[in-house]
Design a protein around this ligand. Structure first.
Ligand code: CP
Length: 304
């Protein structure tokens, strides 16, 4: 595929190649000189219409580590604030000979639109609640790093599934790589359409979700996307669904804990668990840079 918008066009073999290539990128990042010439002469534009800490910084570093010129389109201070459309914005940026776009936007489908009007490779860095494919790739990579393979692994994802592009991308990716996904949350935050995907089941019972799981991912309660009525109280949510040491006793003995970030500590995840020996939350962040290097390489240079 020319773009990474979601995983629709991506075969398990291609996806495995992306993960394999991230091993090489981690080796590059371990060297004293963390730079390779792979993208020399190319220009990568990051266009974030929504805030980000991890995704934007790791993409910018990833592109620079491979010698690309990185150009940050500052959406907040751009003429988008004067009403310029996304299409017109992309048509302007395209005149500057950008070779690839990395796009985060509050609207589902925004990255597809950039792909259509730029004609250049586009990586979706999160579009509304629809997809966040590089997050799912770094999650898959982190689990694979632990177990050697995703085949036959159970991954429980607990939290605000309804508003989560991370849950949707993982529900699309992990079964392609052989894992079983259980999505869990209160009924109001658990959209039934996701249960129709192969390899994905839904439950409102966190103990059932975690039982026998190899990896447990807590998701942030996205209060900025909730317009009321989804939760009776945050305390009640935490009492039932918080990923903590007690809940983790139901999981496989060596099970790991993940969170894509940003975290609401002691709401969807206990501080003890986030900082404890099972936590791979900072490992996810470290792996994110390598995965993003791998994706840029795959789309801009070649597939080997
Ligand atoms: N997980 C994630 O996408 O984090 P940021 O919003 O900080 O990029």
């Amino acid at each position: 595929p020319k773009h990474l918008l979601d995983f629709a066009d991506w075969s398990p073999e291609r996806l495995t190649a992306l993960l394999d290539n991230a091993d090489t990128m981690l080796q590059v990042l371990d060297r004293p000189v963390k730079k390779v010439p792979a993208l020399q002469g190319m220009t990568v534009c990051t266009a974030f219409f929504e805030n980000s800490t991890r995704t934007r910084t790791s993409f910018e570093l990833a592109a620079r580590r491979m010698s690309a010129d990185v150009f940050t389109f500052a959406a907040g201070s751009s003429s988008a604030s004067k009403g310029e459309s996304l299409r017109d914005t992309v048509e302007v940026l395209t005149q500057y000979k950008v070779d690839a776009y990395i796009v985060r936007h509050h609207a589902a489908g925004a990255a597809h639109l950039v792909a259509k009007y730029s004609g250049k490779p586009v990586i979706n860095a999160g579009d509304g609640r629809r997809a966040h494919p590089t997050q799912a790739l770094l999650d898959a990579y982190t689990i694979r790093q632990e177990y050697g393979s995703l085949e036959g692994k159970k991954v429980a994802i607990i939290g605000d599934i309804r508003h989560s592009r991370v849950a949707r991308s993982n529900a699309e990716l992990l079964p392609k790589l052989g894992a079983e996904v259980v999505l869990c949350g209160p009924a109001t935050l658990l959209p039934s359409d996701l249960g129709g995907l192969g390899g994905v089941t839904l439950t409102t019972d966190p103990r059932e979700a975690v039982r026998g799981a190899h990896a447990v991912m807590a998701l942030r309660l996205q209060q900025e996307r909730m317009t009321g009525g989804y939760l009776s109280s945050l305390q009640e949510y935490a009492d039932t669904y918080q990923v903590d040491e007690k809940l983790m006793q139901e999981a496989e003995s060596g099970a790991i804990v993940l969170h894509p970030g940003p975290m609401n500590r002691d709401l969807e995840i206990s501080g003890d668990t986030a900082d404890g020996p099972r936590s791979r939350i900072l490992k996810q962040v470290e792996n994110g840079q390598a995965i993003r290097m791998s994706v840029l390489y795959h789309l801009l240079v070649g597939r080997e």
